[in-house]
Design a protein around this ligand. Structure first.
Ligand code: G
Ligand code: MN
Length: 396
């Protein structure tokens, strides 16, 4: 199959702001017909070979793709999948006969824009592609708006899956010390999920993607495996704080006696955030009891960040409570925060729970917290999270 050079030259010669429709069909006669249907309203780039068509998509400037489904070298569905690898929004309209309808349904998950039955009707083609190009412009604007707000992310499943896969490949675990200020010792290290990926750069975006793709467990298992790696050739004896998504509480892998984390469970504290609800998770107490039996301890994380009521305390009976950094920030200037931290600290001590305060960035915050009875602190003032195991700074 060769590229239809003449057809391509034709479109390139006509500079215009009309939307550019990429048409793909292995049958030249059909291709010519589709071109005639569309060229009154659109620029048309026509290809008989999907591989070349894909190359053209990669160069940018295409507003919508119209493709046949059954083609010898690459089906319309494969083309759609490949297009998704470059652009999560670019609309792909597939032309399908009754024979190919079945595989066509599988294209839904790759975000096919619409099917048009063979033989395609000219008016329907024009209307569909008009709508497709308009929605594409809208999608691009929405994406730009998202980028401006710093919350960009893939919107369709395949795009998200691709981003997720590539982010998984760059996952690493950073460690941040939790210190005792009075003793100037390291109490423990919190393991923190990190990626080097541009599409899903923060733990929040990665976890969010994992949740949407139903792959939370996979991510949790992976992180828990990575957490123990640096311990193999380190003298580190400090406690290890490991974040656990509430839904991972029921993962059998967690209570697997042969897992590397369980092997050191007596020095591991599983942090469960107050931000996500525990409701809807079966038998929380039974799972927590199993974990304790293996030697794990439990911390409630981000206390003060989300309102989980009393349920998390009642269900988890944590040994450790971690106060969210929103209470730390500017605590030296805020009598209200001081009062709250002091009361929390007293109450937790009365209930036999140990308090850790997170997100300490300044000497003033540190000294105020210490004055309120909080000795175990974590934050950038001591060390930013880094490869195993950062030494805390004590100055001044
Ligand atoms: O697990 P948790 O929700 O507590 O996550 C803590 C997050 O806060 C981590 O991503 C960590 O990198 C970040 N962090 C740790 N110390 C500080 C700090 O002193 N200031 C700020 N702004 N963030 C911090
Ligand atoms: Mn945490």
């Amino acid at each position: 199959m060769t590229i239809a050079a003449d057809e391509r030259a034709l479109t390139l010669d006509v500079p215009s702001s009309r939307p550019n429709i990429l048409v793909v069909d292995d049958d030249r006669f059909v291709l010519a017909y589709l071109r005639r249907c569309l060229q009154t309203e659109f620029e048309v780039s026509a290809y008989t070979d999907p591989e070349y068509a894909l190359e053209y998509v990669r160069q940018g400037g295409v507003s919508a793709v119209l493709s046949d489904v059954s083609m010898p070298r690459m089906s319309g569905i494969e083309l759609l999948k490949a297009v998704r690898g470059y652009d999560p929004d670019l609309p792909v309209v597939l032309i399908t006969g009754a024979r190919t309808l079945e595989d066509a349904t599988s294209a839904i998950e790759y975000g096919v824009f619409r099917y048009i039955a063979k033989p395609p009707d000219a008016a329907e083609l024009r209307a569909t592609l008009q709508q497709a190009t308009q929605l594409y412009r809208l999608a691009r604007m929405k994406r730009q708006a998202l980028e401006l707000s710093g919350a960009a992310g893939a919107s369709d499943r395949v795009g998200l899956e691709l981003s997720f896969e590539s982010a998984l490949a760059s996952v690493w675990v950073a460690f941040q010390p939790i210190v005792s200020v009075s003793r100037r010792t390291i109490f423990g290290y919190e393991a923190l999920l990190r990626t080097r990926d541009a599409a899903l750069p923060t733990p929040v975006t990665l976890l969010d993607a994992a949740e949407r793709l139903g792959r939370l467990r996979q991510l949790g298992r992976m992180v828990r495996r990575y957490v123990t790696k640096p311990l193999e050739n380190a003298q580190q004896q400090a406690l290890l704080f490991v974040n656990l998504h509430p839904r991972d509480l029921t993962d059998p892998d967690l209570v697997d006696k042969d897992s590397p984390l369980t092997a050191i469970a007596h020095r591991v504290i599983l942090e469960i955030t107050e931000r996500s609800p525990l409701g809807g998770i079966d038998d929380v107490q039974r799972h927590v009891a199993m974990l304790r039996e293996l030697g794990y301890r439990i911390a409630i994380d981000d206390l003060g960040a989300g309102y989980a009521g009393l349920t998390s305390f009642a269900l988890l009976e944590p040994e450790i409570v971690k106060i969210d950094m929103s209470l730390t920030r500017g605590v030296h200037r805020s009598p209200v925060k001081q009062k709250l931290v002091a009361s929390l600290s007293t109450l937790c001590r009365d209930m036999g729970m140990t308090i850790v305060v997170e997100g300490v960035e300044t000497v003033e915050e540190r000294d105020t917290l210490a004055g309120l009875g909080c000795d175990l602190l974590q934050g950038h003032l001591f060390a930013v999270p880094g490869p195993a195991f950062p030494e805390p700074a004590w100055e001044p």
